[in-house]
Design a protein around this ligand. Structure first.
Ligand code: HEM
Length: 312
């Protein structure tokens, strides 16, 4: 499957990243304004790409389920777009939090991310309200803030479209994607106290060089065991993870902004169920003993072509 225009969904996590979640104020003129903005979003990006050529700038826009119903009444809706419901496991909960609009902005420089964020605020500020904004960064050699390289088992370049972009199963929304976001806070005190060999058993890989632990070494509760999902034929189902670290160290805040793009939200949902409620063998994810999600929201990312016609 080849996309008509390259979707930023499949881009690498990036060096500087902004994740912005907004609500839409519930007035008819607000929805009209958002529709106008969405229709012009590609033009805004073209201008930014032209201004900041060579800085790996890209951005995409997502829409939550409730907002979709208000922005596109009576029009088709992506098949799997619903409001995320919390997943309550025996020990840990994947919370559900609101969000109407979502922006994922990436570039080599933080000021470029800010530039688009400020424009979004200028154009939409009067009809939206703040829910969340996270300033993420590439940490060392692509590590999560807990010190492990993150993203290794993402799909290869050649498989990315297949796992992340909608195809014939929902033709109206072809080349769109589902983005599931969770802002995690880590208990860094407890994590630092854990010897490196024990941390490695939590993740399932070596901390220094990212080598995967052997089956004998890896406990059933390791993150990379519990998060693996297979289809009925035994093929591994993947999503594109573009997580980055964020922190206000002096406030003792250390986090991972998790974002998983998928062709079918069912795959991400199954990963979450296994992590929080337990997999088929009843094992849940040890990583959650040190990491707590404080948000959880599902968005649909329309293809650039779909957004261009958003006012139709
Ligand atoms: C605190 C949040 C999280 C952190 C710090 C984290 C970190 C990591 C790390 C370090 C790896 C190993 C390297 C790699 O293959 O990328 C990994 C693997 C993986 N993670 Fe996460 N992750 C988090 C949350 C999640 C969530 C919420 C999901 C799914 C909904 C998920 C799905 C996966 C998958 C599918 C793999 C690859 C497993 C494999 O095939 O080896 N992760 N993660």
């Amino acid at each position: 499957m080849t996309a008509v225009r390259t979707s930023p969904v499949i881009a690498s996590p990036g060096k500087s990243v902004l994740f912005i979640t907004l609500g839409i104020t519930d007035k008819p003129e607000s929805y009209a304004k958002v529709i106008e903005f969405a229709t012009g979003f590609s033009a805004l990006l073209r201008s930014m790409q032209n201004r900041f050529y060579g800085e790996n700038f890209n951005a995409l826009m997502g829409i939550g389920s409730d907002a979709w119903d208000k922005l596109r009444p009576g029009k088709p809706k992506p098949k799997e777009l619903v409001s995320f419901k919390p997943i309550q496991g025996p020990k840990h909960t994947a919370v559900a939090t609101p969000g109407d609009l979502f922006f994922h902005i990436r570039a080599d420089r933080q000021d470029i991310c800010f530039e688009l964020a400020a424009m979004i605020n200028e154009l939409l500020g009067e009809v939206t309200y703040f829910i969340d904004e996270v300033n993420g960064f590439r940490y060392l050699d692509g590590r999560a803030i807990i010190g492990f390289v993150d993203g290794t088992e993402n799909p290869d370049e050649s498989d990315k479209n297949e796992f992340a972009l909608i195809g014939d199963e929902d033709p109206e929304f072809r080349y769109g994607s589902y983005a599931f976001t969770q802002k995690y806070l880590h208990n860094m005190q407890a994590w630092r106290k854990l010897p490196v060999e024990e941390q490695e058993k939590v993740i399932g890989r070596r901390r220094f060089n990212d080598i995967e632990l052997s089956d004998d070494e890896k406990p059933a509760t390791a993150h990379n065991n519990v998060s693996k999902v297979y289809d009925l034929d035994g093929n591994e189902m993947k999503i594109i993870r573009a997580n980055v670290a964020f922190s206000q160290a002096s406030k003792n805040e250390y986090g991972t902004f998790f974002i998983g793009y998928s062709r079918s939200f069912a795959v991400t949902h199954q990963m979450l169920k296994q992590m929080f409620s337990g997999n088929a063998e009843g094992h849940s994810d040890r990583l959650l003993d040190f990491s707590t999600p404080v948000t959880g929201t599902l968005f649909f990312i329309p293809s650039p072509e779909y957004l261009d016609e958003f006012d139709a």
